[in-house]
Design a protein around this ligand. Sequence first.
Ligand SMILES: Cc1cc2nc3c(=O)[nH]c(=O)nc-3n(C[C@H](O)[C@H](O)[C@H](O)COP(=O)(O)OP(=O)(O)OC[C@H]3O[C@@H](n4cnc5c(N)ncnc54)[C@H](O)[C@@H]3O)c2cc1C
Length: 212
Amino acid sequence: MRVELIAYTPKASGVCCDAAAVCTDSQNGYRSLQHSMESGHESVLEHAVFTFRVEGLSRAALAQLTRHRLASFSVQSQRYVKINDVDLVMPERIRNSEFYVEAGSLLEDVMNLYRRMVEAGIPTEDARYVTPQAVPTSLIVTMNARELRHFFSLRCCNRAQWEIRCLADEMLKLCKETAPILFEDAGPGCVRGRCPEKRPCGNPKIREKGNK
Ligand SMILES: Cc1cc2nc3c(=O)[nH]c(=O)nc-3n(C[C@H](O)[C@H](O)[C@H](O)COP(=O)(O)OP(=O)(O)OC[C@H]3O[C@@H](n4cnc5c(N)ncnc54)[C@H](O)[C@@H]3O)c2cc1C
């Protein structure tokens, strides 16, 4: 999977600091932003947006990503774009199992069937019905900083599925590099305090960092 931050609001942190400061007519934007976030007044974070290009994400993970309704998506069409030779996404746990060869052969058969159907004139929008969830896709996704922080809370968590967690971890890394003030305490809930999950993973980040 490849993840690239292709665009973002210039001076993203400054814009959100200004938004927080204007609310209380404060001269200290950074302090106002901290105060807003501590109070849960997170709408000030909506003024900064970040756009990512993602390549090689499986259709299985795409279905999870697009559940985030406040994000904007543009996804490569399987109706109009033929699936050519692609590297199917194969989980490590299958790759390292006794099922790997059988799974690989089944996927190859299915993709060959897809190609033969398209060559025989079946439209790609119909032929795609035989394709597996392992097929990778390309997309552009845009989220504002508030939604990104929410997304990171859910999807950087060890309880999240591994592929969307890899995506979220990579996006978080790029966001932290670009706007550290907005994302310094972003990540799973356990980065900020007690785990909100009903079934915790048993490996809270706050303990790893020695903050407890
Ligand atoms: C570990 C894990 C397991 C999951 N398992 C399942 C599963 O088994 N089955 C399944 O169907 N889904 C599952 N999901 C998906 C989950 O239920 C959410 O659909 C997904 O995480 C998006 O979260 P969200 O709705 O908070 O986020 P977003 O859609 O990004 O929304 C952000 C926030 O905006 C607000 N909001 C958005 N839309 C509305 C609305 N219509 N009304 C009121 N408030 C709104 C809410 O406060 C919401 O938290 C799972 C998610 C995770 C992380």
